[in-house]
Design a protein around this ligand. Sequence first.
Ligand code: AMP
Ligand code: GLY
Length: 426
Amino acid sequence: MVGNGGREHTLLWKLKADAPSAEFFATQPNGGMASLAEGVEISPGDTEALAGWAASRSIDLTVVGPEAPLAAGITDRFRAKGLPVFGPSAAAARIESSKSYAKELMRDAGVPTADFRVFRDLSAAQDYVREQGAPIVVKASGLAAGKGAIVCEREEDALQAVKEMLEDLRFGEAGREVVVEECMRGEELSVFALTDGREVLTLLPSQDHKRVGEGDTGPNTGGMGAYAPVSLVNPELMREVEERVLFSTLQALEADGSAFQGLLYAGLMLTPEGPKVVEFNCRFGDPETQAILPLLTSSLLEPMATIAEGGSVAGMEARWHSGGAVTTVLASDGYPGGYEKGKAIHLPSSLAEDPELFVFHAGTRTSGGELVTSGGRVLAVTGLGGSLGDASRKSLVGADTVDFEGKYFRTDIGWREFARDEAGRP
Ligand code: AMP
Ligand code: GLY
């Protein structure tokens, strides 16, 4: 397992449940992963060293969690050594690592997405912003750790945003090129598809909560919680997403010589005109993975290994628990701004004994035999339940029980779903 955040802990936990007798290794594992896998002291970003290490150990399957090593070509290095690896090539990972590439590919393939233009020149970008007016969205084209998209309600904010990206290089190289696009309105939906490049095994759609505060207020974060399933989704919508978004995009990537094998993440906006793509990612979402995988009763290892070995997922199906899952992220006070690290974490044993509660580690590490905080997002507590309401209660009880100084979490994960229920809508 390459990577050491909450997503990677969850993937590792699921793969180990699928293959309990297999041997697992993880790069610089966090405090939760350390009990599931032997640590490998190579940074997730050191793709060359990882390929060498995996070759020396004849590793049967490598799963890459984060986007940065994928964009840096880890898959290409592993493939060159004949090592099975789950994750797209650097060329295919451009669907995430270059927003301009993704937008142009979508436009050429007729995939529904916001209208846009790409700029490298400041005055041209500002002219376009003035011509379009607000609201409007400005995005750094390259990887910006989820912070590179700025939704501007006022024209002057957009003029400022393009200046900060193109002139002040606020996002470094990632912002030397910007995408300026139409502002869409609607609810967001995360759709994950395991794909061999042509066929897809689509997972249960989920909804992320990116803002730090209750009711989706305050600054954006890496994600404060997620839930699944989402009742806005019906088979007809999923067919539309598969046909108009997933298959069209995969065909365009293949035609471009960049067939995508791995996990294709479509971030969608459910607009009045139908689903439109907000962004693609080339890997699992965090924290959506923490909500989805505990609901998956069929194997994840089987489709992943098949894809990594160049096989087809045609005819494979995923099976799910009938209820729902709610994931509450426990963060360090101050996140996404500055926060303190090294706080002792107390995890009561009652948590581990409850089969409907899962604690996934993100920013934790073990120091002198003690578990301490080491990041902004520290843990994710997933509750399962027969209904989403039960899952939410379970997640919150778990979140309350965990103890560390400066613990902060949202108590309203899934609120859109509960608001829908109260209004009597499906
Ligand atoms: P991204 O980094 O592209 O995922 O964007 C981060 C967040 O910004 C998304 O999850 C949306 O909430 C918002 N966003 C991005 N693009 C748009 C858009 N064109 N219209 C409205 N909101 C957007
Ligand atoms: N949950 C958003 C992401 O993983 O990019």
